[in-house]
Design a protein around this ligand. Sequence first.
Ligand SMILES: CC(C)(COP(=O)(O)OP(=O)(O)OC[C@H]1O[C@@H](n2cnc3c(N)ncnc32)[C@H](O)[C@@H]1OP(=O)(O)O)[C@@H](O)C(=O)NCCC(=O)NCCS
Length: 181
Amino acid sequence: MTTERLLLRLFTAEDIDDMYAYQGLPEVARFLYRPPRSRERCAEVVARVSQATGWKEDGDDLTFAVCRRDTPGVIGEVTLVLSSAHARQAEIGWVFHPAHEGRGCATEAARAVRDLAFRELGVHRLYARLDVENTASERLCERLSMRREAHLVENDRDDRGWGSEYVYAVLAREVTPAGTA
Ligand SMILES: CC(C)(COP(=O)(O)OP(=O)(O)OC[C@H]1O[C@@H](n2cnc3c(N)ncnc32)[C@H](O)[C@@H]1OP(=O)(O)O)[C@@H](O)C(=O)NCCC(=O)NCCS
């Protein structure tokens, strides 16, 4: 998929170092409830996600490598997980290299994936879960027309202690046909 500034495609084995450049950073993993990824772990993940699975069963997922059209390399990723095939519910998530933050690239990529989910994959409701302190993701959800539906209090924990999450969501019918919502 292409957008104004971006190309979204599957990961390939050549992208391992680019993924490690952001997934290996502690500040990037801060709100992910898991440690930063080692290069070996990135290689495993790339090997898995480069083989796009189907989009039929609960747990099927698609991970898009996000590239700038004017520069080589992967700057981040957007993931879509089919959490309920029966109810057509999907979870979206995003992780970007800090060097590329603050330019709207994550929003542009996530909006393209949101629109793909609704138009091509038959998703009825798209949701995101984020740490309540992850204000950048909160603003991103709002730019995608997602509404805050839940505040889960101390529902997870990591090295820093208990964490609380927001659930944001949007329905297919709430996004305009032009996908500009
Ligand atoms: C969450 C994350 C993707 C957000 O990154 P981001 O840079 O804030 O998001 P965008 O790329 O969409 O950029 C939006 C910002 O760029 C600004 N911007 C600048 N130029 C812009 C343009 N041309 N178009 C749109 N926005 C632009 C926007 O105003 C916005 O800033 P603001 O939020 O301060 O108002 C990033 O912080 C990240 O990867 N974090 C680590 C992983 C993580 O926590 N993932 C989420 C787990 S739930």
